[in-house]
Design a binder for this molecule. Structure first.
Ligand code: FES
Length: 144
């Protein structure tokens, strides 16, 4: 007993915020894809964006610019307005890109900018049935 108590003294205090000793705390996130009607619930490590989580789980969410806020292809809609309100406000760059998104809603965000955090556990998002990407769509290299 005394041995266990003294051993716990060596645990770094930051580890107490994690749910396990591997340090990987996760939340549950559900993606509903309007394109094919599929719904998937996955575990997302805290700190990972929902776009990264989608890609890690073969969920069909685009991300043409890989999170550099230069497209709107990672557009998602947060289904629960209360969870949406817990997110940090989108910055100007994100708002500019959202303005270009197909099917923009009051609770739209860019998936690359929504970072998994404990208060977002259980989040449900919808992937709209189409995307719009002026940077990539329509670009067809032509031979000279
Ligand atoms: S991947 Fe381009 S803005 Fe999110």
């Amino acid at each position: 007993m005394a041995l266990l108590a003294s051993a716990s003294l060596y645990l770094p205090s930051a580890a107490h915020t994690s749910s396990d000793l591997s340090g990987e705390e996760t939340i549950s996130a559900t993606f509903h894809d309007e394109k094919d009607g599929s719904t998937r619930t996955v575990q997302v490590p805290v700190g990972q964006s929902l776009m990264e989580a989608a890609h890690a789980n073969d969920i069909d969410l685009e991300g043409a610019c890989e999170g550099s806020l230069a497209c709107s292809t990672c557009h998602i809609v947060i289904e629960d307005p209360e969870l949406y309100a817990k997110l940090e406000e989108p910055n100007d760059d994100e708002n500019d890109m959202l303005d270009l998104a197909y099917g923009l809603t009051e609770t739209s965000r860019l998936g690359c900018q929504v970072i998994a955090a404990p208060e977002l556990d259980g989040i449900k998002v919808r992937i709209p049935g189409a995307t719009r990407n002026f940077a990539v769509d329509g670009y067809k290299p032509k031979p000279h």
